[in-house]
Write a protein that binds this ligand. Structure first.
Ligand SMILES: Cc1cc2nc3c(=O)[nH]c(=O)nc-3n(C[C@H](O)[C@H](O)[C@H](O)COP(=O)(O)OP(=O)(O)OC[C@H]3O[C@@H](n4cnc5c(N)ncnc54)[C@H](O)[C@@H]3O)c2cc1C
Length: 689
């Protein structure tokens, strides 16, 4: 019977609190919550030997955390305190674009975040801001990237002092919102095929920018449809000659072209701007199409770091050929790729956190007459999510390494480092973004029907992130650059040249590859051996070396009959596998290094477990290759499979701690299904209960 003066909500609250505590403890100590769970888990073959590691989340988190956590907190605090600047689940395209611009302006002018300065002074700080901002709204991250890394980056990296003096402040404080106009309707990946022309007029000392045909309309240009006032336009530089040709094509160069009036914001004469319209995702970014009709700009607007035109129309450059200038120009723009690889890893962290938290809390089925069990106790769910969690950790350390290398490159301009960062950024961007794109669907599925509710974020994460695979270089095209670089290094190795740092391992592993696999080690199957980083790394590198050697032979053979283009195309899938395999080797090497360098013993043990899962899962995925060449004997293949499942299970037991160590603010993982210890209360409130 109810007490007369009882407040009915009080009991509801206390029951709800008890339920929350129970669920929270389930989250924190998944295997220890009830005897029933124990029973369920103990049915798994591996569980018998599985000791749950004690993970000091705080110390793991502080090891993982970049050195710029403070500024990330500042970004989050700003948006937390400004609900009016938070992106709602449902929003129209035009409203989203305006909100996104307000978010960026607020960030710069109110919160005092200065991304452009960080790009110049400390790129790692810029990438940290990008990560935080992407957590607020991925459109905002891309809008910021367009303004500072693309438009701003092109001005400071391709221009000279006069450009920096004139434009830096306006770009920094957003008075000069701008675009990066490279892609054309007919040419995206093939930048050297661009057709927009910039013809020098020696009489007026100007360049005349023209779109010669519809195919040359600049397309997909971020910031162009609504907000941009300037654009860095990539065009063929045409110089008048005194022969029958009339003009000479000096190759693709970059030019600053004002596109809207500074005061009225009207589109300037000769320029036509149209809207690319509603997109699959990233609708906070205003992508537009630009056509130029005899638009005149001063000669000074040529971004002239790698090539210049004098008052009397003479061309000068420190670089001897169009190809070299083109490579130098694109080489300066790798920052965007670094940012995408890094941000994509963060997206994976967010999606994984939501899916894993949900899987820890969600209970379905169980042994007869027993309470239901957490869905993460199903081997299939572990199989979906635990190797993914391991990859997330692996990408974290690999992309952090890329950011460090990039920062070093920007300081030293060391040639070797430039080549290294170019390939590493292409490879990691392609690999990580493709992996994340696939994983987002798996995460959605892992959350069942609730994963499909927009409020739980997978829709926007998936749609916004999807294009990461295409812009800043299509992934398939980028992987070919990596393969091309590997082949170049391979040739040089046999000609006695030096290898750049990233490829250094090839020297050793090519030698081991060229000898036959060792029939004795091919049979070793002890856990110690399989968890030995040396075995794991050797296996990865062996595969890369084998792919490299065999594709080099195939290319040589086919080029005799098909020519080099035809031979390349005949071997294309092989080349892509080679590039991926190489990147996996680099990722594993960085992960192993990170484990070894971790100062705290409990964190090191947790990382080692995760790293082993990453390595063995990858080896298992490609077990056919290893078996084909007897690198791994049948008994060893079986042992790898068993151990991978076992490690998955052990990682599952610390999955709560591992996702907590990402230390992502609740604001970012704000999916109701994952935010609360009681998974449902926010969610039910959301639909009106
Ligand atoms: C939302 C969005 C924002 C963008 N923002 C900008 C911007 O601000 N500025 C800008 O300049 N551009 C921008 N882009 C353009 C973007 O950079 C290009 O879309 C990208 O470079 C790919 O070019 P493409 O679309 O022409 O694809 P394509 O090159 O035509 O590729 C289509 C398909 O063909 C395949 N393919 C192409 N070449 C090869 C090859 N050699 N070997 C094997 N396969 C190949 C690709 O793998 C891909 O699957 C943006 C695009 C989008 C969608």
């Amino acid at each position: 019977m109810q007490a007369p003066n009882r407040d009915p909500t009080a009991e509801d609250d206390s029951q709800s609190a008890a339920r929350r505590i129970q669920r929270l403890s389930l989250h924190l100590t998944p295997a220890a919550i009830s005897p029933d769970d124990h029973r369920q888990i103990s049915r798994l073959e591996c569980a018998k030997a599985a000791a749950k590691l004690n993970v000091d989340t705080k110390s793991l988190s502080s090891y993982m955390r970049g050195k710029h956590r403070e500024i990330q907190d500042k970004v989050m605090d700003y948006f937390n305190n400004r609900p009016d600047l938070q992106t709602p689940v449902e929003i129209l395209k035009d409203d989203h674009r305006e909100l996104c611009m307000r978010q960026l302006t607020g960030l710069v002018r109110e919160a005092g975040i200065r991304p452009f300065r960080y790009i110049v002074e400390d790129p790692a700080k810029y990438f940290a801001v990008l990560e935080a901002v992407g957590g607020v709204d991925m459109s905002l991250g891309i809008k910021m990237g367009v303004q500072y890394s693309l438009w701003g980056g092109s001005v400071i990296n391709l221009g000279t002092k006069k450009h920096k003096d004139k434009y830096f402040d306006g770009i920094d404080n957003l008075e000069y919102p701008g675009c990066f106009a490279m892609t054309e309707l007919h040419h995206g990946s093939n930048v050297q095929g661009l057709q927009t022309m910039a013809t020098f007029d020696p009489i007026t000392d100007e360049f005349v920018i023209d779109t010669p045909n519809d195919g040359a309309i600049k397309w997909w240009i971020g910031n162009a449809a609504v907000h941009g006032k300037f654009a860095t336009v990539f065009a063929k530089l045409m110089l008048p000659t005194h022969d029958e040709r009339g003009v000479s094509d000096m190759g693709v160069h970059a030019f600053i072209v004002p596109i809207r009036d500074m005061k009225t914001h009207q589109t300037l004469p000769g320029i036509e701007i149209n809207d690319c319209g509603h997109k699959v995702g990233l609708n906070g970014v205003d992508n537009g199409a630009l056509r130029f009709r005899a638009v005149r700009i001063p000669r000074d607007n040529l971004l002239n770091r790698f090539g210049d035109v004098s008052r009397d129309g003479k061309y000068t450059s420190s670089l001897p050929s169009i190809n070299k200038r083109f490579a130098a120009t694109l080489g300066e723009l790798v920052g965007g790729r670094v940012g995408l690889a890094y941000s994509s890893g963060s997206v994976l962290k967010v999606a994984g956190t939501i899916a894993i938290r949900y899987s820890l809390l969600r209970q379905q089925f169980g042994p007869p007459k027993q309470p239901e069990v957490s869905i993460l106790d199903y081997q299939s769910q572990q199989h979906k999510l635990m190797p993914m969690l391991a990859s997330t950790y692996a990408f974290h350390f690999a992309t952090l390494h890329l950011v460090e290398k990039y920062s070093e490159m920007k300081k030293t301009h060391d040639e070797q480092l430039v080549a290294d960062v170019h390939s590493l950024s292409a490879g990691l961007k392609a690999y990580v973004t493709s992996y994340t794109a696939k994983s987002l669907s798996i995460c959605r599925e892992a959350c069942g029907g609730h994963g499909y509710a927009a409020v739980n974020r997978f829709g926007s994460l998936r749609n916004d992130h999807d294009i990461f695979q295409t812009f800043e270089g299509d992934n398939t095209v980028l992987l070919q650059q990596v393969a091309g670089d590997l082949l170049k290094q391979y040739k040089e190795k046999f000609q006695g040249g030096t290898l750049t740092v990233t490829w250094n391992y090839l020297r050793e592993s090519m030698n081991s590859y060229l000898s036959q696999p060792n029939p004795v080690t091919a049979r070793w199957e002890s856990e110690d051996h399989l968890r030995d980083p040396k075995f794991q790394l050797d296996a990865f590198r062996y595969r890369t070396s084998r792919l490299l050697q065999s594709v080099a032979v195939r290319l040589r053979k086919h080029s005799k009959t098909l020519g080099s283009f035809g031979a390349w195309n005949r071997c294309l899938n092989h080349l892509l596998t080679l590039a991926e395999s190489h990147i996996e080797s680099v990722i594993l090497a960085k992960f192993i290094e990170a484990v070894q360098n971790c100062p705290d013993a409990s964190s090191r043990a947790a990382l080692k477990l995760v790293c082993d899962l990453y390595a063995l899962d990858q080896i298992w995925k490609d077990i056919g290759t290893y078996r084909n060449v007897d690198y791994v004997a049948p008994n060893k293949a079986k042992a790898i499979h068993k151990l991978t499942a076992y490690l998955s299970f052990r990682v599952r037991n610390i999955a709560g701690e591992l996702i907590d160590a990402f230390d992502i603010p609740d604001y970012v993982t704000r999916a109701p299904i994952a935010m609360q210890s009681d998974a449902y209360s926010q969610y039910t409130q959301h639909v009106g209960f």
